[in-house]
Design a protein around this ligand. Structure first.
Ligand code: NVA
Length: 362
């Protein structure tokens, strides 16, 4: 028997029992666009040339991705979870990217939902277009606060002075494989607050995040000012010069149990945060398997860590990630397989495609 949530938004962790969630959809998604130096800093090299204006993902790929999302939604509903879906948007007509990855654009902290200050201009209207009706519904609960992102007047100001910005050759097939971003030199400056919500995860009253190619210090300060009283935002030192979204770098499976990606963060860096002093911290011991078909246009194979918790035991994992499923089973988890490779293809996995709204006990 599932208890009825008291409020429409109430979530403090990534693992407490899930009661309601937004799940995106893939239809009509297009490759996002961003300045060449940004694409080079964050996207897989073999796909650079695809990130050009008005380039649709193949229709058959999106159909399959949406079929996978429907299967995922059914798993959630079978577990008694209330699922909100965004409005269908023609991203080709709007010049945007997708409604499939709402995790990048929204973060729930307690009873507050905070909209990301996206670095990428092509995403500035994503939440407004696809999700504003859901946000309006949530705001009917007087306890819920929705913090919308400020309007950006001069999108390119974020790139001024950044090495490689203004070069035109990078995504036209002439790339020689040398990334222009050097360690700790991100693809954005600090001219205005910029952050993607997926650069942050919730651990109770502490939010853990990273600076990245889409999140700057002003973005972190903005988030600190937007979270409800009593919450804090702490930064993890990552060693990933391509950093964009922390949810394939660390994965909290339950209270005091976390898996981390040893190619991106060290145990020592994790232990620098007081929060993790009494946590079991496990480096994931295997390499993700390569995959050519369907291609991962936008991410690394570490997407296998981008799972979604229904509670402290049950976790939805990509059906082909058998080695990963076995690994977390040995840690006492119960993996629920769901095919998601076509969703993976357009930029994320289960965690990316969701925004948890209510988790019990928070
Ligand atoms: N950009 C990272 C995280 C994706 C969720 C990656 O490709 O691994």
């Amino acid at each position: 028997m599932v208890s009825v949530p008291t409020h429409l938004v109430s979530a403090d962790t990534e693992w407490s029992p899930l009661r309601s969630v937004i799940v995106g959809h893939a239809a009509d998604s297009c490759f996002p666009t961003a300045p060449p130096h940004m694409i080079k800093a964050t996207m897989p090299e073999e796909h650079f040339a695809s990130f050009r204006p008005k380039n649709r993902f193949p229709a058959s790929l999106l159909d399959r991705a949406d079929a996978e999302v429907r299967q995922f939604v059914q798993i959630l509903r079978d577990h008694g979870v209330l699922v909100y879906r965004p409005k269908a948007i023609d991203w080709f007509a709007e010049g945007g990217y997708t409604a499939a990855m709402p995790r990048d654009g929204l973060i729930t902290v307690g009873n507050t939902v905070i909209e990301a200050c996206f670095a990428w201009e092509c995403r500035h209207r994503e939440i407004e277009l696809g999700f504003s009706e859901i946000l309006a519904d949530l705001e009917k609960d007087p306890v819920v606060r929705v913090v919308r992102a400020p309007k950006v007047e001069r999108p390119d100001a974020l790139y001024e002075g950044i090495r490689g910005f203004g070069q035109k050759d990078a995504v036209n097939g002439e790339v020689n494989g040398t990334h222009t971003v050097h360690s700790h030199e991100w693809a954005i400056n600090n001219a205005r607050p910029a952050f993607d919500a997926a650069d942050f995860l919730r651990f109770g009253k502490t939010i853990v995040g990273q600076l990245s190619n889409v999140t700057n210090q002003k973005g972190v300060d903005y988030l600190r000012s937007a979270v409800p009283e009593g919450y804090s935002v702490e930064l993890l030192d990552v060693t990933d010069e391509h950093a964009m979204h922390i949810d394939a770098t660390i994965l909290p499976l339950r209270q005091r149990l976390l898996i981390y990606n040893p190619e991106r963060v060290s145990k020592r860096a994790l232990q620098k945060l007081d929060l993790f002093k009494d946590w079991e911290l496990h480096a994931y011991p295997y390499q993700p398997a390569p995959r050519e078909n369907p291609p991962r246009y936008m991410t690394s194979g570490w997407l296998l860590m981008n799972v979604f918790s229904l509670d402290e035991k049950k976790v939805v994992v990509e059906a082909g990630d058998v080695e990963f499923a076995e690994y977390i089973r040995k840690l006492g988890m119960e993996p629920i397989p769901c095919p998601f490779q076509h969703v993976n293809s357009i930029g994320g996995s289960f965690h990316c495609t969701t925004v948890d709204l209510v988790r019990q006990g928070t």
